[in-house]
Design a protein around this ligand. Structure first.
Ligand SMILES: Cc1ncc(COP(=O)(O)O)c(C=O)c1O
Length: 310
């Protein structure tokens, strides 16, 4: 599907759910919240189970919610909630969704290609990701891995012309063409990106490099005095949130600007109840790049004169 990852997510939300369907969204961050927002804009009946950004979804609560409300037809969850970097238990949730015979939709935007996922074992009906995250292509399109029998049963559900998932699939199957202008350059880059993924040892190989990046980062940041927002058991190898140091000499804007001047771009936090910033460690990034970043952070701390103590 042409567009950024959000377009692909919206194509599933807008064209997979019947007019009388209901979507349960499991939320522990901004991207789960965004799926709920999409469904509401589309006037789809919704329910949500929301948790704090450092909290894993409560499986019993999901089970009880599905048992209590037979009108829920679809369940959506984000695999790696990029808000914090937390990894949600998509397999365990999938088993519950399957037990209740509902349709399961996973936003694996920031995990697919670097965290092994078995669509079968996780009982996933729709998985969405995009060209430019862990596959390391360039932006321009997203993709949806769908259970064919489920997709075929969605005739007439689309609420949008351009994001009509079934029509898009039929078009591609029919003549190999996108229905509207294709993202040509991104497709060519993607072929190369897939080759590089294979050369690196596939998903396992990429996972090892990202996990190493993460490990080097947290060891280095801890030695500078920083601490992570998430407990290690919930943290994935994609992006890491760090708490703001208490020192009044720390200002995120200044920290960001001085790192940017040194050609390192970090992310502001997205956590609603704690002051954090995030460092992403996916893409064509290696251990040596992480060590260079750590040296730049040390340098910026010296220039700003703050200490990272908590
Ligand atoms: C989990 C998740 N979902 C959705 C998106 C949205 O993707 P895009 O910005 O390509 O529209 C992102 C982007 O970072 C993401 O991490």
């Amino acid at each position: 599907m042409q567009g950024s990852g959000t377009f692909s997510l919206e194509s599933v939300v807008s064209s997979a759910i019947p007019p009388d369907g209901k979507l349960l969204v499991i939320i522990n961050g901004a991207y789960g919240q965004r799926i709920l927002q999409m469904a509401r804009i589309l006037k789809i009946d919704t329910d949500s189970l929301a948790y704090q950004e450092d909290t894993l979804p409560d499986l019993d609560q999901i089970d009880r919610t599905l048992a209590a409300d037979p009108r829920i037809t679809h369940v959506a969850v984000v695999h790696c909630e990029t808000t914090t970097g937390i990894i949600n238990p998509i397999r365990e949730i999938g088993r519950i969704v399957r037990k209740h015979k509902r349709i399961y939709f996973v936003d694996a935007m920031s995990s697919f290609g670097a965290i092994p996922v078995s669509l079968g074992e996780c009982e996933i009906d729709y998985l969405v990701s995009s060209a430019n995250k862990c596959i390391e292509g360039v932006p321009g399109f997203g993709f949806i891995l769908a259970r064919t029998s489920v997709l075929k049963a969605t005739e007439g559900y689309a609420r949008s012309l351009s994001l009509d998932l079934l029509a898009q699939w039929k078009g591609l199957e029919g003549n190999g063409q996108f229905r509207f202008t294709p993202p040509t350059h991104s497709l060519i880059a993607f072929r190369q990106a897939l080759q590089e993924l294979e050369d690196e040892g596939g998903v396992e190989g990429r996972n090892r490099r990202y996990a190493r990046n993460h490990q080097v980062l947290i060891e280095g940041m801890r030695s500078l005095g920083f601490s992570e927002y998430l407990p290690a058991s919930q943290q994935g190898p994609i992006i890491t949130s760090f708490r703001y140091p208490r020192d009044p000499k720390f200002s995120f804007e200044e920290f960001y600007r001085l790192l940017n001047d040194r050609h390192y771009v970090i992310y502001p936090g997205k956590v609603s109840h704690a002051d954090c910033f995030r460092i992403g460690h996916i893409g064509r990034i290696f251990e040596s790049d992480v060590r260079d970043l750590l040296a730049a952070i040390r340098d910026v701390m010296h220039e700003m004169g703050f200490k990272a103590e908590f």
